[in-house]
Design a protein around this ligand. Structure first.
Ligand code: CUK
Ligand code: CUA
Length: 662
């Protein structure tokens, strides 16, 4: 039941909305139908619910203003979500085969992409994706590429945003575990892969009692070739670090261009978390009051590479720890208890660090860091790395609440930090050049509860040189009671928060039923220029070029030849609504089969699939695409093949027979 007063408030809100619509839109809404009030009453919606619904509802045919790329955690995938509607637009297979996209189910190109990421020839068919990174030009997202790391196996993937498909997986030859990447430098000169749990360089064995001598962190700078759309191993390099478990990293920008910052969580050099048998947080990795913010000069590192001051280990140039410490590549600054996020302010002047066990965020001044380095005001840690004094480089500390992790920025000089233990988003004011509105600098402004236990936080263009403001998205680790229960494995919860007004307002809860997202980046949708169909018939989507085996209509054929003592059957097939051509393919058991299929459609969305049961083959052929499968016909029988996308009224008839004679 609704009280008269509540009704009055709702009506007031609705009238205000109507007036606002009339002011702001070409087609004014003359008045809300009586039905709207019935719906509000029947569904028991509050005035806040009504406003939230109006802010997020996206009529069919209209597009979202922003697109969010989220990691899929240990699903090994990337999620693409529209904002503000929070509609899931796509799941991109990255480290994990993905059947809808035909990624890793027979298509030769995608199998090669996945195989590039195998380690020592061992198939790795999942990954733990944490940090997506959009390519940047002059510190702005440019909409061309997306990179993402695999924490479990120290790999980096390249996704081309022309077709939203994975093009390359790079296995780090010297590390087995990463976390602090990927993050890009402001012109995507490098995609940075940050380390995590220290291990001997080159994936070697060493007993734990040799931890200090043999275990190391490795910060990897993967050089990116935009033209080729690939990581260039020859120009890439690594920097050896002490075994302090480096964690999140971020690239400097504008005034701090040329630098990278990483925090670390284990200057204790413990080898097993907080160590069983000791009181929590008083031993092991959480014993020290301070860990070290790593301050890395990558421009200087490039000079050392040019001067030949590196060793090649497993095919990649490595600047050894002693060289990095001696030559001004690596510096430390103390950071409070169990730090987590590192986020550089839009102008690059400040570096914000969260502390899981400290209620403050600590803000470092890049200018002060430079002064302290120039003045030689440091001691050295046991590995010879200069350690700056906390008081020399600290700009401010802001008390926010329990468990501050990650920070994003808006366009008005405010920062938004996730508070894991408080389950809240804290809005606070930056100082220095950001404070033009007269508000008190470095001060907590407001906290908004979220549901529950927020990890990362994302904002439109929020880690670029010019954030857009408008929204933040809380990436919550727990949802508990927010959704219809679906068994003991609960979805996570993305919460969209409006920050455009004076106060933060919760707009929407989106259940994430695919993996555990960590970080996300949000780009203005009009920066994305994806293909609507492939540019020409016969497109190879892995090579992003015309395929030599592209088949035109009328040129379909089957050829049989002898090769190395066996029969090879090669097929050039086309797919179009509603048939494959040829529709019957006959081979003998033991033949080697090479099968090219070209979708010769030019119509938008006219995708055909190709499923061949019994052979684990499943392709997605988007308009214009040519794909190749290659296999041994090792089992005889009659195998119907068919199209998996419901493409026309005669879709069920889009089939054929693959006959393997015994
Ligand atoms: S993170 Cu990877 S443990 Cu805070 Cu970026 Cu979730
Ligand atoms: Cu083609 Cu169904």
């Amino acid at each position: 039941m609704m009280h008269g007063k509540a009704k009055g408030v709702i009506l007031g809100v609705l009238m205000a909305l109507v007036a606002a619509c009339a002011r702001g839109r070409a087609t004014p809404v003359a008045g809300l139908p009586a039905e709207a009030q019935t719906v509000i009453r029947e569904r028991g919606l509050s005035p806040e619910d009504v406003v939230a619904a109006l802010r997020t509802y996206m009529p069919g045919g209209k597009y979202d203003e922003y697109v969010m790329f989220s990691s899929g955690g240990h699903s090994g995938q990337v999620l693409v979500i529209g904002i503000p509607s929070m509609r899931l637009l796509k799941v991109i297979g990255v480290f994990t085969p993905e059947p809808w996209q035909g990624y890793g189910f027979g298509e030769k190109g995608t199998l090669e992409v996945l195989a590039e990421g195998f380690a020592r020839g061992k198939p790795l068919l999942w990954g733990d994706t944490h940090h997506p990174a959009l390519s940047e030009t002059e510190g702005e997202y440019d909409g061309q590429f997306l990179f993402i790391n695999d924490k479990a196996n120290a790999r980096l993937a390249v996704i081309d945003l022309r077709d939203f498909e994975t093009k390359q997986i790079v296995k780090n030859p010297n590390a087995i575990s990463d976390h602090g990447g990927g993050f890009v430098t402001p012109n995507t000169e490098y995609v940075v892969e940050g380390p995590q749990y220290a291990a001997p360089i080159g994936w070697e064995y060493a007993p734990l009692d040799q931890y200090k001598d043999k275990y190391r962190g490795l910060l990897t700078f993967w050089a990116f070739d935009r033209q080729k759309g690939r990581v260039d191993l020859d120009r890439s390099f690594q920097i050896e670090l002490p075994p302090y478990w480096q964690d999140l990293c971020d690239a400097g920008k504008k005034v701090s261009y040329g630098w990278v910052f990483c925090n670390s969580i284990n200057t204790e050099m413990a080898t097993g978390g907080i160590e069983e048998g000791n009181p929590p947080f008083e031993a092991g990795t959480a014993k020290n009051e301070m860990d070290y913010l790593h301050i890395i000069n990558w421009k200087k590192a490039e000079e050392l590479i040019r001067a030949g001051k590196y060793e090649v280990i497993n095919g990649i140039k490595v600047i050894r720890l002693e060289t990095a410490a001696r030559e001004g590549v690596l510096f430390f600054a103390p950071e409070p208890k169990s730090p987590h996020g590192v986020d550089v302010a839009p102008g690059g002047e400040y570096i914000v660090v969260g502390g899981k066990l400290d209620p403050h965020v600590t803000i470092y001044s890049f200018e002060k860091i430079q002064k302290a380095i120039a003045a030689g005001n440091f001691e050295r840690d046991p590995f010879g790395v200069p350690v700056l004094r906390f008081e020399d480089v600290k700009e401010a500390q802001v008390e926010l609440g329990l468990g501050p992790l990650h920070t994003v920025f808006d366009d008005k000089g405010y920062a938004y930090t996730s508070l894991f233990l408080d389950s809240a988003v804290a809005k606070w004011s930056l100082g220095g050049p950001y404070r033009k509105d007269g508000a008190e600098p470095w001060k907590l402004v407001e906290k908004l509860p979220v549901h529950y236990n927020i990890g990362h936080i994302a904002a439109p263009e929020g880690d670029t040189v010019s954030p857009d403001g408008k929204y933040v998205v809380a990436l919550n680790k727990w949802s508990v009671d927010r959704f219809q229960p679906v068994g003991p494995l609960h979805p996570q919860n993305f919460q969209l928060i409006d920050i455009s007004g004076g106060k933060m307002r919760l707009l929407y809860d989106m259940p994430i039923g695919i993996g555990e997202p960590h970080y996300a980046q949000i780009i203005k949708a009009d920066k994305l220029k994806p293909f609507l169909v492939y540019p020409e018939i016969g497109w190879n989507a892995v090579k992003m070029a015309k395929d030599p085996n592209a088949t035109e209509a009328g040129r379909e054929r089957v050829e049989v030849r002898e090769e190395g003592g066996r029969r090879v059957v090669e097929i050039w097939m086309t797919a179009v609504r509603s048939h494959f051509k040829p529709e019957r393919v006959k081979v003998r058991k033991g033949d080697h089969v090479i099968w090219h299929i070209t979708n010769i459609e030019r119509a938008r969305d006219a995708t055909h699939g190709f499923a061949l049961g019994g052979y684990n083959i499943n392709l997605s052929l988007e308009p214009g695409e040519t794909a190749t499968i290659e296999f041994d016909a090792d089992q005889s029988g009659t195998f119907p093949f068919y199209c998996t996308e419901f493409c026309s009224a005669l879709h069920l008839e889009m089939m054929g027979y693959f006959l393997v004679e015994p």
